[in-house]
Structure formats: C-alpha cells, structure tokens
Design a protein around this ligand. Structure first.
Ligand SMILES: [Zn+2]
Length: 295
C-alpha cells in the first residue's frame, strides 16, 4: 500500500469519505477537495490483495463460474457496442486491457478486427485464448510493452478504477494509440453508484470517478474526451481521442457534487429500496440503463 497525491491535482488536500477494515486490509477512502476525485489513500496494490490471499477477480465475483461471468460480459457488451459501433471499422487493430474471459474481444474479432489483449488473471487469459483465439498477454499492463505497435481502438471496461496509478496507465495507452485512435473506457459513476454504500468502497477498486474527474485525468495523460454516455445508475462510458497533454482546469463545483452524492447514497440507497430494484431486469432496461444528459 502506498500513499499518493491526487493524480489530477498533484496535491494532498482531501476530505474523509470512508474508513473500514476488510479482509485484513485497513482501507481509508478520501476525496480531493479541489477536483472531487475519490480514492483509497494509501492505494491498494495487487501484492496487498495477494497478501490477503484474494485475487482481484475474487474480490469481485467470489468463485463465480464462467457462465455467470459470461452473462455479465454479454450484458455489458450489449450496452457498449452501440456506443463503439459508429467509430468501428473492420480491419481495426484493437487492444483490450483486462479482457477477462475475452467475450468483447471475440465479438470484435468476429466483426473483422485484429485483437490483442492483456489479462493478469492466468485462468481467464487462457480461456480467452482458447475460446476466442485472442492474442492474450497474461500480465499486468505495467509489465507489458507493445512498443512500436499502434492500435486504432483501445478498450478498458471496468479496469481503470483498479489501477494504483491510473495516470501512468492512461499515458502508457496513449503511447500505443494510432493518430486517429479512440480509447473506450467504462467505469462506475461515483455520482450514481449501483451497489450499496457498504459494498461501494471495496478493496478491489482504488479510484471512484465522476464523468468530469475521468475527463480531467484523461486530459493530463494526453487524451481528449470525444463522447460521453452516462447511465442513470451504475456506470458511464467515454470515448477519447489522442491530444496534446494539458494540465486540467478543474471546476470546484464537482467536488461539492461528489460529496453530496456520497452523502445521499449512504441513506437513500436503502430508503429507496434500490437494492431490490436494481435486480429487476425491467427496471434495469427502462430506468437504470437510460442515458442521462451530462451536467
Ligand atoms: Zn484532485
């Protein structure tokens, strides 16, 4: 575990969000007063998770079998593809970070893309290789080099929140981007979380983004937000294009919005019975996964 500065502001000026002990790890979650980025400080690294004898995958899914994982991935793909499709072309060179069982890469491959993937979990990497024929590197992104290679589309779905250093990760991906490439990211939205307050600040994640905070971090790393799609609850998606890196100009209102959202979530999640609603497929389709205007 390592103490960090806010990767958007390079400052340590935070308010406390949550503190807990979970699976042998003592977790302190804070929010940056300037930009509103929420994160564990110190950040949790994979060796801490391994020290607690739990892999990153098991933090999330327990010992879930692959059919359950597949249903989850298929649901996500169906929500992601319409957002990616207008930009996608057959023949694209695609890089997927954290491909899991490889369903997304498999779909893109069947649509004519050449797909490379990175997946640190060796079992899932082997599955993606065998079932979808993906070129999977079974390592952490930090230990991989695709130097000299360029990709037209880079995907990281529910991945960026896990890294101890997401700025370094976005910069590394930037170095693999073709001039007209797009980066697709999806990550949980701290302004409208899907899971209960009790489960929210789990040791599997390190960072809790709102659409503006992710956009500012992207700007610092040399990516410019191109398109944004926000669900009413759960997550949001960003397509970004390469741009010169620039210091982000943060809007202080976002930190207030984030504080208020976390405070409300603590109680309203239970009062509104969201833990029941979110399990109902009709509600998911007609309410939760409806696009919300930004701001
Ligand atoms: Zn900050």
């Amino acid at each position: 575990m390592q103490n960090i500065l806010c990767p958007i502001c390079d400052q340590d000026d935070t308010f406390p969000v949550d503190q807990r002990r979970q699976q042998g790890l003592s977790i302190l979650t804070v929010g940056c007063r300037r930009c509103g980025l929420v994160y564990h400080n110190p950040v949790i690294e994979d060796r801490d998770r391994i020290g607690a004898a739990v892999s990153s995958r098991k933090w999330h899914t327990g010992d879930a079998d692959s059919s359950r994982q597949h249903r989850k991935l298929l649901k996500r793909w169906n929500l992601q593809w319409p957002f990616i499709q207008p930009f996608f072309q057959p023949g694209f060179r695609v890089l997927e970070i954290g491909c899991g069982l490889g369903l997304t890469g498999g779909k893109l491959k069947s649509l004519g893309a050449e797909v490379w993937a990175v997946e640190p979990d060796p079992d899932q990497a082997a599955y993606a290789r065998q079932h979808y024929g993906l070129e999977v590197v079974p390592l952490h992104l930090e230990d991989v080099s695709f130097e000299g290679q360029q990709f037209d589309l880079i995907l990281a779905s529910h991945v960026i929140e896990h890294f101890p250093d997401p700025l370094a990760c976005l910069r590394q991906l930037r170095s693999y981007a073709a001039p007209d490439a797009r980066l697709f990211l999806e990550t949980p939205n701290i302004l409208a979380p899907k899971v209960s307050f009790r489960r929210l600040f789990s040791p599997a994640h390190n960072f809790y983004f709102a659409p503006p905070t992710l956009s500012w971090l992207l700007a610092r790393a040399g990516w410019q937000e191109d398109r944004l799609r926000i669900w009413r609850r759960d997550a949001f998606q960003i397509l970004a294009r390469p741009a010169p890196p620039k210091p982000p100009v943060v809007n202080p209102r976002v930190a207030l919005d984030v504080r208020r959202a976390i405070h409300r979530h603590r109680y309203l999640y239970y009062l509104k019975l969201l833990f029941i609603w979110r399990k109902i497929p009709w509600w998911q389709t007609h309410w939760m996964y409806q696009e919300q205007p930004p701001g």
